[in-house]
Ligand binder design. Sequence first.
Ligand SMILES: C[S@@+](CC[C@H](N)C(=O)[O-])C[C@H]1O[C@@H](n2cnc3c(N)ncnc32)[C@H](O)[C@@H]1O
Length: 413
Amino acid sequence: MTVERIGIAGDGIAHWHDQTLYLPFTAPGDRVLAVPTAPRAKGCEGRVVGLIAAGTGRVAPCCHHFGVCGGCALQHLSPALYRETKLDGLRRALRRVGIDPQIVAPLRQVAVARRRVSLGLVHPRNRRQTGVIGFRERFRHNLVDIAECPVMEPALLALAMALRPLVPMLLPPGGRAEATLTRTDSGLDLLLTMPEEPPLPALEALVDFAHRHDLARIVWRSAAGDRPVIQRRPVRIVRAGIAIGFPPGAFIQPSETAEALLVDEVSAAVGGARPVLDLFAGLGTFGFALAASGPVHMVEGDPMAAAALAAAARGCAAATVERRDLARDPLPPEALAAYRAAVFDPPRAGAARQAEALARSTVATVVAVSCNPATFARDAATLIAGGFRIERLVAVDQFVWSPHLELIGVFRR
Ligand SMILES: C[S@@+](CC[C@H](N)C(=O)[O-])C[C@H]1O[C@@H](n2cnc3c(N)ncnc32)[C@H](O)[C@@H]1O
C-alpha cells in the first residue's frame, strides 16, 4: 500500500481496501508491504515488513534507535516536509471547528535540547547484571535500551546512562519503574517512581550516585507519597528573577529556548493590560514575567505547585496566588470581570469550562497556550462563539521530532 499522509499521532496513514492502517516511521509516498497488528478506534495499527519504494520526502534519521524507539516519530522527514507535517494536524483541527487555517504563522523552530524527560526502567528477568533504561517502543510496552538520544540535553543523557547499572539494585527481577530527570537552576533533580521502596543497599548506592554526579536531589515516589532519598541543596527554578521551589517532578516547559519564545509571545500579546490572570500557572512561567509590569493573579490546581508559587509570590508584590481546580470550578464571569486580560495554559485536555466562562466574560484579551491542537481548536471555537476574534496563532516546535506542537493563540474582543 502507499502511505498517504502523516496522522496527528505521527504515524503514516494508508488504506487497505476499506481499512485505515497506522504505520509508524513511514513517510508520505512510501510504498510498503505491511501487516495489520492490533485494532485501533478508527482503524488498525500496522507494522511495515518491507519498504518497496521510498517517498520523496525521506531523509536519513540522525539517531540509530529511530524506527524502534517511540520517542521520535518524524526524524526521517526532509526539513520542508517536516515543517509541513507539523502544521498539517493543526490546520485540520482548525478546519474542523470552522477556523481559517491561514491564521497559522510559519513554524517557529528551536534547537533540540530537552531539559526534562521521563524514562522507563526495567530489570529484565533474564539479565541479572544490567538494567534497561529508555523510551517505549511505538505501540508496545517494551523499552528501548537507549545508548544515544539527540533530543535530551547532554547532561540528562549522561545521567540516564550512569543510572542504568543501578537498576538491578533498585528493582527486583521483572520490576519496572520510571525516572523523571529535570535540569533545574539548582542542578539535576531525579524523581524515581516505583511501587516498592528501594532496599537499603540501593538507597546507599543512590546517595553515593547523587554525590558523584552532583545531583541536587533524589526523591522516591510511591502510592504512599514522596520520600526524599537525598537533598544536597534547595531545588529551585528562577523565573523573571524570582526563585521558586521546585516540587519533585513538577512541570516546566521542556525546552528552555521554547519557553523564552513563549514568554515573549505571551508578554507581547498581553501588553500593558493589567490586572491579568495566569490560569493553569504551574510554577509561574508567565505570571512572574507579567508581574514585572503590574498585578497578576496566578491560579494553579496542583497543591504542591500552588504552594511553591504562593511561597515565591511573597517576594513579588504584584503577584497573588490561588489554588483552584479550573476543570471542575472555573473562574466564573463575575470573578473574571476584575481582569483586563487572561492567559491560560492547560494540560492536554484543554480548558473547556474555563474557556466557556471567558467567552461569557468582559475580559478583552485572552492568550491561549496549548500543547494539543485538538483541544486548542475546541477552546478557540468557544471563545470565537463568545465574540472574540483570533488575531494571531503561532506554533512553536518545542517537542522536536515528536508529533506534538506548542501553540499560542491571541484572542481579542
Ligand atoms: C501545561 S502546564 C503549564 C504550566 C505553566 N503555565 C508553565 O508554562 O510552566 C499545565 C498546568 O496546569 C495545572 N493543572 C492541571 N489540571 C488543572 C486543573 N484542573 N486546574 C488547575 N490547574 C490544573 C498543572 O498542574 C500544570 O501546572
